[in-house]
Design a protein around this ligand. Structure first.
Ligand code: G6P
Ligand code: ZN
Length: 543
């Protein structure tokens, strides 16, 4: 075995986005593409000599081949050890846990999350630090800088490492430890939640459907829900991970998990429904006939987390991304704890969690998590819901009705305009930005604009400043519209329009979400001229 020093040149566009580098699979398969990015990552973090790295991914097409390249490059760069999930699999939260549990220096997670997989679909790679969380902006900037100046990379010539069996092997001087991807994670969950109580919930006849969407959580959910907690076989559907996610779109929302939604709204609906995404960090919660928005789910979990053993002493603080609804803010206020507002992207929660400022975090994009790892965690959210249901023994819709009665209801919806020409999307944002100084005080569609600004964030821990994080417009009566460009897409631009209305009149809680939001939607469309800029008359996806 020899170490090769390969001459290369910088490849344009290797800038990590909201969650690492995400591109079309074919781009990643291109000459030197993966290698350049891996070497830039190693260089950007100060080298990997003598370091231990956790490596695993969501099992999508190219996962296995990419892991072999990463291992050969880690060996050639002098890493001491790589801990790899068996079969190359590790859910994102399980990888985060493994980094922390092993005291590893960091990890490489291969995933494009909820984006489809396959040779013509998407692939992604991100670096997580020793706290188990996504690299901070400071680190991703360093990696990006290295992608722009890279001239060579190091790779070991070697045969593929057998990742199919648990055990220790070597690749040159690198120790490769293949571990069961599920067991450490399952053990962590058993410490956080009251497993005997959840088991007795299932044995009392409580029914559940968990849609793993042919993605990485299948083996985790089967092990924890069916084998450990005694849920009947068949509780987990689509539980076999597939490189193309069964041809589906592994994004747990009412659009892409339509089968589950239909079942939950049918006459023979189970008591509880849930789903997770490609890499297992997102979750969807749905009761019998009752979809719970991620923002509402965060508020409910904040209000009831004390019912689970890990949170019995209460929460230190809460954080939510800016576009997430203000529902959780009202819960935090009542609990007398801090509520932080961060830009979109889990990486912004890491410092707050490390500094012990928050216990619970959540995003409108179906991410919820806590200080148990440094990633959002789909199955964790489902288990916390189960723990709450096991304690209260009431239905999901009763829990939500109680929450709204106590705190008011935040009607909420996100409209996505996908595959928009990037220039047009930027032009729309620019035009909105130009209006900001004069927007406050304007009356539009019967609503008064009471504030309008572009969100920026100063990290209270490392002092970093992140600007341009979304345009927000507040209306009289507690309504809000937010405009943002997605940072995770791989084709053109996606405009996200987040709509919210706060209502305290219980007589209005049953309104259809679309109707409740329509004055705000109308005002947002009028202010932005979104339809004109995008040549679209309606959003592609509504969640
Ligand atoms: C990923 C990140 C999340 C983020 C989401 C949406 O899942 O981990 O933290 O909220 O992407 O990002 P986008 O930029 O597409 O709105
Ligand atoms: Zn994900």
């Amino acid at each position: 075995m020899t170490i090769e020093l390969v001459t290369t040149t910088p490849i344009e566009g290797q800038k990590p986005g909201t969650s690492g580098l995400r591109k079309k699979t074919k781009v990643f398969e291109g000459r030197h593409y993966l290698e350049n990015y891996v070497q830039a990552t190693f260089n950007g973090i100060g080298g990997v000599e003598g370091k231990t790295l956790v490596v695993g991914g969501d099992g999508r097409y190219f996962n296995d081949a990419a892991i072999q390249v990463i291992l050969r490059m880690a060996a050639a760069n002098g890493a001491a050890c790589c801990v790899v999930g068996q079969g190359g699999l590790l859910s994102t939260p399980a990888a985060s846990h493994l980094i922390r549990k092993r005291g590893a220096d960091g990890g490489l997670i291969l995933s494009a999350s909820h984006n489809p997989g396959g040779p013509d679909a998407d692939f992604g790679l991100k670096y997580n630090g020793s706290n188990g969380g996504p690299a901070t902006q400071i680190v991703t900037d360093k990696i990006y800088e290295r992608t722009k100046s890279i001239l060579e990379y190091r790779i070991q010539t070697a045969d593929d490492v057998d990742l199919s069996t648990v055990g220790v092997t070597r690749l040159g001087n690198l120790v490769v430890e293949v571990v069961d991807p599920v067991s450490d994670y399952a053990e962590l969950m058993s410490h956080l939640f009251d497993f005997p109580k959840i088991r007795s919930l299932f044995s009392s006849g409580f029914t559940m459907r968990f849609d793993a969407m042919h993605a990485v959580t299948g083996p985790y959910a089967i092990k924890i829900l069916e084998e450990i907690l005694g849920a009947p076989k068949g509780t987990v559907i689509n539980g076999q991970p597939a490189p193309d996610f069964g041809g589906g779109h592994p994004d747990p929302n009412p659009t892409w998990a339509k089968g589950l939604m239909d079942e939950m709204h049918s006459d023979h609906s189970p008591d509880f429904g849930a789903a997770s995404d490609g890499d297992g960090d997102r979750n969807m919660i749905v009761g019998r006939g009752a979809y719970v928005t991620p923002s509402d789910s965060l508020a409910l979990l904040a209000a009831k987390a004390h019912l689970a053993p890990a949170y019995a002493n209460g929460l230190v603080g809460i954080a939510r991304s800016m576009p997430t609804s203000g529902a959780v803010d009202r819960v935090a206020e009542k609990l007398g704890i801090e509520c932080h507002e961060t830009p979109t992207g889990w990486k912004y929660f890491g410092n707050l969690l490390d500094a012990g400022k928050v216990t619970l975090c959540g995003e409108e994009s179906a991410g919820t998590g806590s200080d148990h790892v440094r990633e959002k965690d789909g199955l964790w959210a489902v288990l916390l819901w189960l723990n709450i249901l096991a304690e209260t023994r009431v239905s999901v819709s009763e829990l939500m009705d109680d929450l709204w009665r106590d705190f008011g209801r935040c009607f909420y919806s996100r409209h996505d305009y996908e595959d928009v020409n990037a220039e047009q999307a930027n032009a729309m944002m620019e035009a909105l930005r130009a209006q900001l100084p004069e927007m406050t005080g304007r009356k539009i569609n019967g609503l008064d604009v009471i504030y309008a600004d572009e969100f920026a964030y100063d990290d209270p821990v490392d002092g970093s400043h992140s600007s341009g994080q979304g345009i927000r417009i507040g209306f009289s009566g507690g309504g809000r519209a937010v405009f943002r460009l997605s940072g995770t897409g791989t084709v053109g631009a996606t405009i996200r329009l987040y709509l919210e209305r706060f209502e305290t009149d219980a007589a209005l809680f049953d309104m259809a979400v679309e109707d409740a939001l329509s004055p705000i939607t109308g005002a947002a469309l009028a202010l932005s001229d979104l339809h004109k800029f995008t040549n679209k008359i309606a959003p592609d996806v509504i969640t």
